[in-house]
Write a protein of this length. Structure first.
Length: 113
């Protein structure tokens, strides 16, 4: 069964950028649809962006124009490039393969001056 490990979070100032990585182990990674989610304190987890096996992408309105999701099947990794970060982007970010019932530990993103 595939397991996904998130990395790349950190503290960044407003307007800054981060690139999150989601590396998979096990399974046939190339066929998986992978989504990035986030959960801020006191709020429900929400979908941020998704990418299909054919690299079709979709974004939440809050992410459009600022975030880019991509995948490298050879590296078994999905990326989330986040630009022009805002304090409201502060959250724990998770990636998940749609076909697999597994959530990783997530990676913390904090946007603050």
């Amino acid at each position: 069964q595939v397991q996904l490990v998130e990395s790349g979070g950190g503290l960044v100032q407003p307007g800054g950028s981060l690139r999150l990585s989601c590396e998979a182990s096990g399974g046939i990674f190339s066929i998986y649809v992978v989504n990035w989610y986030r959960q801020a304190p006191g709020k429900q987890r929400e979908l941020v962006a998704g990418i299909s096996s054919g690299s079709r992408t979709n974004y939440a309105d809050s992410a459009k124009g600022r975030f880019t999701i991509s995948r490298d099947n050879a590296k078994r990794t999905v990326y989330l490039q986040m630009n022009n970060l805002k304090p409201e982007d502060t959250a724990v970010y998770y990636c998940k393969a749609v076909q697999v019932d597994y959530w990783g530990q997530g990676t913390q993103v904090t946007v603050s001056s």
